[in-house]
Ligand binder design. Structure first.
Ligand code: ATP
Ligand code: MG
Length: 394
């Protein structure tokens, strides 16, 4: 039997003014993500339709499961619009389902169809009750809800669908720069930001030789996972070694993390401007470590004026881990490679730093010049999920 994927938008529908823009962006994203598949995609005001090749269904579902802006999707069976075909196919479909209660909902867009909705619901329901044993109608909480859409030429019949990943289509917002370390929190922060439609560039601070190439590769792997939700992500790698070494030579050890993070924010702001990004995203979570107390956040945040968005700020670690598992970054994040924040961790990082003290310590460093050099020497990699796609085929 011929089938089609029916895509429902969900949250977009509440955004009246932006609707066309949202729908067109989603349409282009789906087209782009499925460009290597044998598909035909069309859309109307309420939905999108994907004609597909049966052999590719599982792989296509995996792609769709990573496209933001999709609320629900169904694999609908296509039948000729005549009452006998509809009855036959409905019965075939329901014979394959395991259920004891059902409900039928008929929608009749083809106004020339000889039966009205009011007649069709009981007619089709009775047909099932007669031909399948031990089933009942339950209009409130059915095991299976069957939708029958009567359209001109061809009609659709489908049952329970699949939940899409929700959110807004990638790219309906401007770009932001994600501070991506190898940890658990920042990939989750990036995922949540993308879910709001934000386009991401990622920035990784490395301190070779204190950090290894393995640590860098881990961040590349994480970026690949995130890029499954968009077309590609530019990963900017910052050589942080000179600044970091200078900080550790000059600052009070308890302030090293605070000052290091102020330097990171300064670099982030410059990189944001250079790459036309409007915000910084990171994985800070209130109270998780010394640099994430509200006092620390104030002192660190005070070096920049551009918005810093912290999607996991108020989540528990366990809630963050749940998302990390769902987006398949957790196993990569827990690989034990050192990060530039962890190699130099002081014994007692300050939890109540003062801006004046930070400024005083920073005066000993010619940091403006070092920051400019770090920004100038950034190394950028365009990361996409082609490797993941390949893995899925194996
Ligand atoms: P994560 O699990 O994401 O590493 P964390 O709890 O270990 O977070 P910190 O190391 O204090 O927290 O870092 C807080 C945030 O700062 C990170 O979530 C990340 O956004 C950013 N960050 C830290 N180190 C780096 C780095 N080397 N490169 C880029 N961003 C970083
Ligand atoms: Mg970290």
């Amino acid at each position: 039997m011929k089938k089609i994927i029916l895509i429902k938008y969900g949250e977009l529908t509440t955004k009246k003014g932006n609707r066309n823009f949202f729908v067109n962006t989603l349409y282009n994203n789906i087209k782009n993500k499925l460009k290597e598949y044998d598909v035909k995609i069309s859309k109307d005001r309420a939905r999108m339709y994907i004609e597909f090749n049966d052999r590719e269904l599982e792989s296509i579902k995996n792609v769709i499961d990573h496209i933001f802006g999709i609320h629900m999707y169904h694999i609908a069976n296509i039948v000729d619009t005549n009452i006998d075909s509809i009855k036959d196919e409905l019965l075939n479909i329901m014979k394959m389902e395991r259920f004891s209660t059902f409900k039928i909902e008929v929608k009749r867009s083809d106004k020339s169809f000889p039966y009205r909705t009011m007649e069709l619901n009981p007619m089709l329901g009775t047909h099932l009750l007669k031909n399948i044993n031990n089933i009942k109608v339950d209009v409130h909480n059915p095991d299976v809800l069957v939708k029958v859409e009567i359209r001109e030429g061809h009609s659709y019949i489908y049952t329970n669908g699949y939940k899409g990943c929700g959110g807004y289509p990638a790219g309906v917002q401007n770009k932001a720069m994600l501070m991506l370390s190898g940890g658990i929190d920042s990939p989750v922060a990036g995922y949540l930001a993308m879910k709001r439609g934000i386009k991401l560039d990622a920035v990784y601070f490395e301190a070779i030789p204190h950090t290894s190439i393995d640590a860098r590769n881990k961040v590349i792997e994480l970026t690949k996972k995130l890029s499954m939700y968009t077309d590609h992500i530019n990963l900017h790698i910052v050589n942080f070694t000179p600044i970091q070494e200078e900080i550790y030579k000059t600052a009070n050890p308890n302030y090293c993390i605070t000052i290091m993070r102020r330097m990171m924010y300064r670099i982030m702001e410059k990189l944001a401007k250079k790459n036309n990004a409007l915000a910084i995203i990171n994985g800070e979570s209130v109270g998780q470590v010394a640099s994430q107390t509200l006092t620390s956040m104030n002192v660190i945040n005070s070096v920049t004026n551009i918005p810093v968005i912290r999607p996991v700020a108020c989540l528990d670690k366990l809630e963050i881990i749940d998302i990390a598992r769902k987006i398949d970054t957790y196993e990569i994040s827990i690989l034990p490679y050192e990060d530039c924040c962890t190699v130099f961790v002081p014994k007692h990082p300050i939890i109540n730093p003062k801006i004046e003290d930070s400024v005083k310590m920073e005066e000993k460093i010619d940091y403006e010049k070092m920051i400019d050099e770090a920004v100038e020497s950034v190394y950028t990699i365009k990361v996409d999920d082609s490797l993941n796609k390949f893995k899925n085929l194996l």
